[in-house]
Write a protein that binds this ligand. Sequence first.
Ligand SMILES: *Cc1c(COP(=O)(O)O)cnc(C)c1O
Length: 452
Amino acid sequence: MNNPMELINKDINYIWHPFTQMKDYETEAPLIIDRGKGLYIWDIEGNKYIDAISSWWVNVLGHSHPRLNDAIKRQLEKIEHVLLAGFSHVPAIELAEKLVQITPKELTKVFYSDNGSTAVEVALKMAYQYCQQSGKTKKEKFVALKNSYHGDTIGAVSVGGVDVYHKIYKPMLFEVFQAESPYCYRCPMGKQKETCDIECLGSVEGIFKKHHGEIAGIIVEPLIQAAGGMIIYPAEYLKRLKKLCEEYGVLLIDDEVAMGFGRTGKMFAFEHAQIAPDLVCLAKGITGGYLPLAVTMATDEIYRAFYDDYEKLKTFFHGHSFTGNPLAASVAVENLKIFEEEKIIESLQPKIEVLSKNLEKFRELNCVGDIRQTGMVAAVEIVKNRQTKEPYKFEERIGHKIYKQALKRGAILRPLGSVIYFMPPYVITEDEIEQLVDIAVDSVKSALCRSS
Ligand SMILES: *Cc1c(COP(=O)(O)O)cnc(C)c1O
């Protein structure tokens, strides 16, 4: 099975890939990866690439980290999996304790599942059932934002707001109130970021004012609407949203699946707004990107609404086979130990600055409409016309052209439409940040020359 051509043929024969138009593989083979170390991954032909997207946003401390590898090996010698209903295990207990310690005091309980979408499903069901069991039985609906992405299961898609991914499923979904997206570059209110007063939050307020009696919760991606195009918005939005939620008795569900564990330069993105959400969804980086594991954290008030005699049927009837898997939990515990011992958050600050300085290189390109960054996430929005902000058409696949150019130059970017972004593992050095941005600038130049 070592002949690359043979492997590619078998791959295409047998695997239906996620988020992939399989017909594309007629002309473009999938990249078959053999190994990884730190910032880099190698394909089966020995080509080396900078993993600029942390293997779908999950990796935080680099690939094949010796301590994380050891943590899994140690746990593997004990037990690989055990159910979490009626049973427990040391890694799950240690991880839950740690998570409660590093989050605001309001968040007291940890509910395990196994991926970001399930963490969201859990949060939605908890919010709903909490209302049902605490005398707020009319509160049955949710608010979500345009351009939001919360996962691919039906509940998560219902609160999604990216038409390309979500529109076709509309008839299958439950109805939500959709508020405007805080998309500063393309402000729905026609304001400028530098002088605005977060007018876009008025859209949420309008919905709350009219419908708060029917609304259980609002779900948001904190600070960055990631899959929607790395849309970065000010922490002040989140701060004021929390106030609105309190005012109108609406639960704030904070989907930290992509931004948790240091991405924004703080351990959790909500820390920028100095707030405590009612429910917090965690996944992706929790295991350092090693294994699927997810957490939904809840406040004591929510937990209490489920706590009663068995026959009252207030139990939270939810749990996946691999909920709180011991291998995943053990690597998550080690991940958090490394964050603490190696002061990972502090170590990010100079890298964030270097990234910011290097991003300036994009300004000279006349196809760059917007440059945005929060912490270790940076994005560049490519436009056809800088003055009018006219976007490239979907069919032009500008992002994909840039992706192919970057691949040739040894970096894996995975643009979202016409938005190129950087979301590298935190082991990236200052020199490597410069190298990565240079590759991206060159790639944009050559991709756009060809297409025009
Ligand atoms: C990726 C993502 C999810 C879904 O996580 P999966 O593990 O892919 O199911 C949910 N919310 C946000 C914000 C995400 O970025």
